[in-house]
Design a protein around this ligand. Sequence first.
Ligand SMILES: [Fe+2]
Length: 254
Amino acid sequence: MGRLPTHPLVSGISNLGWSECAALRTVAAMNATTTIIARDDLFTHIHKGLRLGLFDVTVRAGRTNWADPVQATELGQRWRGLLTLLRAHGDHEEQHILRLLDSHDPAATELTSEQHRDLDGLLDDLAERFEKVLAAPDAAVGLGLYRDLARFVAAYLPHMHDEETRVMSRIWECCTDDEIAGARQRFMASMNARVQALSIEYMLPALDGPTRNALVAGLAAAAPGVLATVLGIAERVLPPAEAAELKAIAAASG
Ligand SMILES: [Fe+2]
C-alpha cells in the first residue's frame, strides 16, 4: 500500500510525514494544543461511530464459534445493523455532502466518489457472503469472511481520513455555514427511524464526553420529541455513569 494521503493541518495538528516517523508524531500530537474548529464538521462524529462499529464487528467475527447458533445469530444482528448504517451513510455523503462542492470544485470529490463505488462493491460482496455463512455456518468460510472484513476495514479507514481532512477542509473553504447547515438538514431529513437509531447507537459510545454531552444538550433544546429515544439508547450502549450524566444534561437543557 502506498502512503496515505497527507494533509497539512488537521485541527491544529500537523500530520505531514507522520508515516515516516510514527512514534515521534504520536508524541507530538499527544502534546499539541488542539485547536477545535468551530464550524460544523459533517463527517467526524458519524465516522467515529463507524470506526467503532467496524472494529467491533471484525473482532466479533474473529471470536465467533460458528458451531454455536446463538453466537452466529448475534454476529449476524450486529453485522446487519452496521451494514444498514454504512449504506445509508454512503448515500448521505453522495447525495448531500459531496454535492456542496459541485458548483465550487467538482474535481475535489471525484476520488471520493470513485472510492464510494469501489467500497460499495466490496460491501455488497461481504453482505452476500455474510448471509451465506449465516444460513449455513462453517468455520473455514467464517474465517475467510473475517479476514476479508478486516481487509474492508483497512480500505475504509483511509477513505474516512481523506473525507474528514481534505474534503471537509475544502467544503469549509468554499461553502458558507448556511450552505453546510442546509446539507446537514437534508441528510437528517432523509434518515428513517432505523437509521436514526443506529446512528445514535454507534455515535454515543464513540464520542468523547464533552462532545456527546453538547450533542444531547443541543438535541434537548431543538428536538425534545426524540430525546426519550436517544436517552433510551444511551442507557443501553453507555456505561451507567455516562448515561446518567447525559440524562442530567438533557433535563437541564430542555
Ligand atoms: Fe465516504
